[in-house]
Design a protein around this ligand. Structure first.
Ligand code: SAM
Length: 219
């Protein structure tokens, strides 16, 4: 990848969160980025999907039949890593049909749904999934803490919600005047979920941008 393309990709990564002024604007950027998203992320060494899938696999041991929703699935990079680890029962949800169109060509997901994550009810039954994962999709002008009650609702009691994102997205992912971390604790104090682990990883993108992983078990 040329240095100038690398710089362009970084501009896109930053623009989709920081410079976009709304979810609608960032969705427009993903609509345009969809055809190049996979190669660009190979080129910048985006390790988040693989690191996340390895961690998710630890939650389930040999049980590979669990039903997992990849929320904010994009082009399916996380689903692909889960599939490589033997998981077969995968569904996808994303706000961008163009990103899902790329994912749908890969034969990873049994079902894909185009829908926005937020403080709005998803058309999914309560307690439907063994695990809901949301990787790289929590950021400014993306999904924020306002989507957590829905992610919890659609997860079975005893199932897991696994969220991970670049660490500099976390301060911009609060909702309704409270921070991301505030909401994690509010839902724990309200008995909706309990913390399994919060972990920082050094090499979310190449070895220069850290990431945060949040693993919670639904009560
Ligand atoms: C950086 S990409 C991550 C995709 C994939 N999980 C990965 O790690 O490659 C962010 C994705 O989140 C989606 N997204 C952003 N905000 C969203 C929202 N509020 N609801 C649903 N999807 C959203 C975008 O359309 C995009 O596909």
């Amino acid at each position: 990848m040329s240095t100038s393309r690398m710089e362009e990709v970084w501009d896109i990564i930053i623009d989709t969160s920081a410079a976009a002024d709304s979810v609608e604007t960032s969705q427009e950027l993903y609509r345009q980025w969809a055809p190049d998203y996979d190669q660009d992320n190979v080129d910048v060494h985006y390790n988040g999907p693989k690191l996340s899938a390895l961690k998710i696999a630890q939650l389930f041991g040999e049980n590979k039949d669990v039903l997992i929703l990849d929320a904010g699935a994009g082009t399916g990079l996380v689903g692909k890593e889960l599939q490589n680890l033997g998981f077969t029962n995968l569904e996808a949800l994303d706000g961008s049909q163009e990103m899902l169109d790329v994912a749908n060509q890969k034969g990873i997901y049994k079902r894909s749904m185009c829908s926005l994550l937020g403080p709005i009810r998803l058309d999914i039954d309560s307690g439907y999934y063994d695990c809901v994962v949301c990787i790289g999709s929590v950021a400014a002008n993306h999904a924020n803490a306002g989507c957590l009650p829905e992610l919890i609702r659609i997860t079975k009691s005893g199932g897991y919600v696994f969220i991970a994102t670049r660490e500099d997205n976390v301060p911009n992912s609060g909702y309704d005047g409270k921070s991301w971390d505030d909401w994690l604790k509010i839902h724990e104090d309200n008995g909706l979920w309990k913390k399994v682990e919060i972990r920082r990883v050094e090499d979310w993108i190449a070895d220069v941008h850290g990431g945060m992983m949040y693993m919670y078990q639904v009560m």
